[in-house]
Design a protein around this ligand. Sequence first.
Ligand code: NAP
Length: 322
Amino acid sequence: MSNQPQEAQIEYDEEKIARAGAEAEKGEDFFDDHEFDAGLTDQAGVAGRRHTLHDGTRIPQIGLGTARMDDAEAEAVVYEALSTGFRLIDTAVNYENETGVGRAIKDSLLPRDEVFVTTKLPGRDHGTDSVRRSLEGSLGRLGLDRVDLYLIHWPNPKHGLYVDSFRTMLELRDEGLVGSVGVSNFTPEMVDELIAKVGEAPTVNQVELQPQYQQEQLRAHHHGHRILVEAWAPLGYDSKMLEHEWVQEIAADQGRTPAQVILRWHVQSGVLPIPKTSKAKRMAENLDVFGWELTSRQMSRMKMLHTGLSASGFDPWEHEEM
Ligand SMILES: NC(=O)c1ccc[n+]([C@@H]2O[C@H](COP(=O)([O-])OP(=O)(O)OC[C@H]3O[C@@H](n4cnc5c(N)ncnc54)[C@H](OP(=O)(O)O)[C@@H]3O)[C@@H](O)[C@H]2O)c1
C-alpha cells in the first residue's frame, strides 16, 4: 500500500472534472432529487430532505455531529436534536458515545427508518474479522441491528489495511448489518485504489471541508464517481470563519446568522454538512438552511474564502487514528 504524497500519484481527467463542475454550476446535481418545494422550511420538510446515494440509499441533507460528547451528553443532545428535526446522527467508535446515541434514538420513539445513523470503524480494527467484531460492538452499544452508514474513520495508509476493511464492510452490507458503506478522510487516489481493487466506489467520503478549505479537486473527482461528500468541521471550528467580515456581511444582507450562511453554502454546493452543537437554539438555527438561497454573487464570494489551509492540519497520508 502506498503512502506517497498526494501530488505524486494522481492523474486527473481534466475533461471529466470540467464537465462535473459545469453540471454542478447549473445545479444539475444528481444527488438532489428535487422532491421538495423550495418554500418548505417546516420541521417535516427538513427531516424529509434527502440525497440519493449511488447505491439507492436516501440520506438526509444535513446531520448532527457528536464528537467530544460523552454518553450522557450525547443522550441528551441527540434526543433534543431528533425532537428539533435532525434525522442524521454522526457518531464513531472513537467518540465513545455510541451507547448514549443509541439510548436517545430509542427514547425518541421515532420509527427506526426515519433516523439515519452513521458510525465509523477505528484504525485499530482495520482488517477482516476485526471489522466484523468492531461492527458487532457498535451495534451492541447502539442497541440497533443495522447502521445506516458505516465509514472507515481514517485510512491509516501506513498499516495497509483499508482495502481489506472496505471489502469486509461490503460483505457486512450484503448481510444486512449495514445500509451503505463509505469512507472518511480518504484522498481521491485512495478512493481510486478501492475502486480498482474492490470494484465498487464508496457511497460517501466524509472529509474536513470549510469555506477556507473547500476541497474542490476532491469534490470534482467524487462527483465523477457519484460519491457524496460530507463535511466535517463544516463551521471551521477554530478558523474564525463565523467572524469573517464577508460571512458577516452576507448574513446581514440575508437576515441570517453567519452559521446559517456557511451551512447554506455547503447545502447549495451539494455537500452534506454535519455541524456539532450541544445547544437547542443552535440546532434549530442550523437546520433552517432550506427554502432560501445565497445569490450567485454570494456563492462566488464564499468561493473566494478558500485559502487551502485546513483548520485541523491533519494530512490523511500521515495522520494515524487508532
Ligand atoms: N471523520 C472525521 O475524521 C471527523 C473529524 C472531526 C469531526 N467529525 C464529525 O464532524 C462533526 C462536526 O465537526 P466539529 O464538531 O469538529 O466542528 P463544527 O461542527 O464545524 O463546529 C462545532 C463548533 O461550532 C459551534 N457551533 C455549532 N453551531 C453553531 C452556531 N449556529 N453558531 C455558532 N457556533 C456554533 C459548536 O459549539 P456549541 O456546541 O457550543 O454550540 C462547536 O464548538 C463532529 O461532531 C463529528 O461528528 C468527523
